[in-house]
Ligand binder design. Sequence first.
Ligand code: FDA
Length: 309
Amino acid sequence: MLRQLLLTMSRNERVRDVIVAAPFTSDVVKRFVSGEHNEDAVKSTAELVDQKLFITIDRLGEDVYDEAQAKETVDAYVQLLQDLSAAGLANRAEVSVKLSAVGQALGESGNQIALENARIICQAAANVGTTVTLDMEDHTTTDATLGTLRELRKDFPFVGAVLQAYLYRTEQDCRDLAYEGSRVRLCKGAYKEPESVAYQNKADVDLSYVRCMRILLEGAGYPMFATHDPRLISIASSLVEKSGRAKDSFEFQMLFGIRPEEQQRLAAEGYTTRVYLPYGEDWYGYFMRRLAERPANLAFFARSLLTKD
Ligand code: FDA
């Protein structure tokens, strides 16, 4: 119930205006978001690299209403990739891109605009020797996003996909994408989805996640297990062991600020562990989805509200 409410609030502009303007918000947001500018993202990246972690950086900004805004996002990514390279970090950090942030929702030509914009980001990534992963958004965009992935991979085979275990279709998508050179991030899924397309209960989502892990590990691609769930992490480790795969043939991924000790533990055990690092001014939707995932975060947020003068 609470999760559904928070996810609904994540799309409500009036609630957004109140929360974004509140002076107490910024301290809590800092736990999950690196900062608002490229320099913040580069600085956090360097700190995480010192902890033997890999990074994927997301410039926040899902609600893009015109081509100029989409272009702004593209320019910011291109600059970020150059800044990472200048700081000697491009071998440890890639970028994650939401197609909505580069124009996917801009009417009939949205897919084409997003494809062209994503190409520019991919070229910038190729220029500095790193990779790009396309984030996955709500189920109405899954086909379009996978279509864009296919197009991009013709020129930039390093582009990775994200699949969400809560969708019924995902096992089949895993089969389709489990081929050599294919980077696939498997996550549970963060959007409010109807029963017609997605499992509603946690146990079913977890079971689906395990089935998808098996498919990806049996295939020839490069799976990226994105979860903080201790049970799934332990199942992943034993499935990897049974599969005979090398430790560098897959990776774990977690979000910035969530279970940082576990991130360091996995890295210390020799697992490639990548932190998803969001930054940018438009942090509201991302922040609300993180609150929705865990009531304790909401309590933390409420406490900071009450203890502020
Ligand atoms: P679950 O939510 O069941 O949590 C398991 C445990 O992890 C909790 O008990 C708690 O200990 C800890 N935990 C989880 N979330 C927490 C939080 N917010 N704060 C504190 N502790 C928390 N989704 C999507 O739809 N499209 C995408 O492209 C991506 N991309 C992505 C990248 C990466 C690297 C990650 C880690 C996640 C995503 N997601 C995503 C989000 C994903 O779908 C999912 O919503 C979250 O990862 C939470 O699910 P868990 O697997 O962590 O399990």
